[in-house]
Design a protein. Structure first.
Length: 393
């Protein structure tokens, strides 16, 4: 019996108390409410949503999102795209640059596979060399045949992230014209994703950042259209700013992904009144393994949650005193009462941690345990494989 099947046989139908620690747990009720809010938001604004599957790395959850109305998924890695397609997801956008010839050969093969399945693959570019290499890979995949699959290509624009992309304006036009020279490539539109803006704490700071991004996108679109190039779609946005892109009338697709689970970092953002209020749905279950006069120790250290966006937050149920998590190393967490209150959790007590950053936390686990009915009295409903764990290429 495989480990996943063993976990399924052992846990499904059992109460939350049966989940060993540390473990990554999804509150399925909260996740479903988040899905409903996102779906209703997209319908209200008449905009598509293509959530980032790099967040949950699960083909099963990708299909749940598409059933709820998502048009497809984004990924950042070729391997993630391959795993999503193998899991039955047939509309995938690699919202990143792929340059290595071996990886591009895989991209071309995946494009052909999706075309045969009636699906589609898209990819982002930000250089002439990247376009040339992609076109060669697609041509090679045709094996000398005049016809074959066509891949959708988006030009990524610099909008403030300070990472990938070409400068707005003429550079975008030149790259779009280069794409149009190749029969296996289809110029599909523009990507204007501002990652840093997602975590700007004040609403005004996020508004200012996205206003600048929209200006860059509109400048580029106007120039393209003046030269007779149709810009089919403008894609971008994340959970922190999606209200702004949706209201702009410029973006046709939202790439928000973290809304499904949320994390402690996003919870620090000043909320926008008109944006859906998403709930925390991803938790690390842990328990107290050692007690002391001024602190207790739990069994969830950094091997069970990512710390790139800060330490996790201890979830507080109604009526409970607040607790704080501190660095205890790879296998341990230090938990204290911030007000000096000595009524600390007892030995063996269960605690629930809200990860600082959901994406890399998920990547540390083989499975996510889905519970219905709440964290305290709920029951394990399903075990969800983290299919794309470690899919880095």
């Amino acid at each position: 019996m495989t480990p996943l099947r063993s976990i399924k046989a052992e846990l499904v139908g059992k109460p939350c108390d049966a989940i060993d620690t540390p473990a990554l747990v999804i509150d399925l009720d909260a996740m479903k409410r988040n899905l409903v809010r996102m779906s209703e938001f997209a319908k209200k604004h008449g905009i598509g949503w293509r959530p980032h599957a790099k967040m949950h790395k699960s083909a099963a959850l990708a299909k749940v999102q598409m059933k709820a109305g998502a048009v497809g998924v984004c990924v950042q890695k070729t391997a993630e795209a391959e795993i999503m397609v193998a899991g039955g997801v047939h509309d995938v956008y690699i919202s990143n640059q792929v340059i290595a010839p071996r990886k591009l050969a895989r991209v071309a093969a995946l494009s052909g596979r999706l075309t045969a399945l009636g699906g589609q693959l898209a990819i982002a570019v930000d250089s002439h060399e990247g376009v040339t290499r992609l076109a060669k890979a697609m041509l090679d995949a045709r094996g000398g045949r005049g016809v074959g699959s066509v891949i959708n290509v988006f030009v990524e624009i610099v909008v403030g992230q300070g990472r990938c992309g070409v400068e707005p304006g003429p550079a975008v036009l030149n790259l779009a014209l280069e794409i149009r020279k190749h029969p296996a490539l289809r110029f599909a539109g523009l990507q204007g994703y501002h990652g840093k803006a997602q975590h700007l704490r004040t609403a005004q700071a996020r508004r200012d950042a996205i206003a600048s991004a929209i200006e860059a996108v509109v400048l580029s679109r106007t120039l393209l259209e003046s030269q007779g190039l149709k810009v089919g779609l403008i894609t971008g946005a994340g959970t922190g700013t999606m209200l702004l892109e949706a209201a702009s009338g410029v973006y046709g697709e939202l790439q928000a992904g973290s809304f499904l689970f949320m994390d402690a970092d996003y919870a620090q953002n000043e909320p926008e009144a008109a944006q859906p209020q998403f709930e925390h749905a991803l938790f690390v279950k842990t328990q107290v393994t050692s007690t002391h006069a001024g602190h207790v120790v739990c069994d969830a250290g950094h091997k069970s949650h990512a710390i790139d966006s800060g330490l996790p937050r201890v979830h507080t149920f109604e009526g409970e005193a607040r607790l704080e998590y501190a660095n205890g190393g790879d296998e341990h967490g230090i938990v204290r009462a911030p007000d000096g209150n000595q009524h600390l959790p007892a030995l063996g007590r269960t605690l629930w941690l809200i990860p600082g950053h959901c994406d890399p936390t998920v990547n540390l686990h083989d499975v996510m345990i889905g519970v219905s009915g709440g964290l305290r009295k709920g029951v394990v409903e399903r075990i969800i494989a983290v299919d794309a764990r470690g899919a880095l290429t």
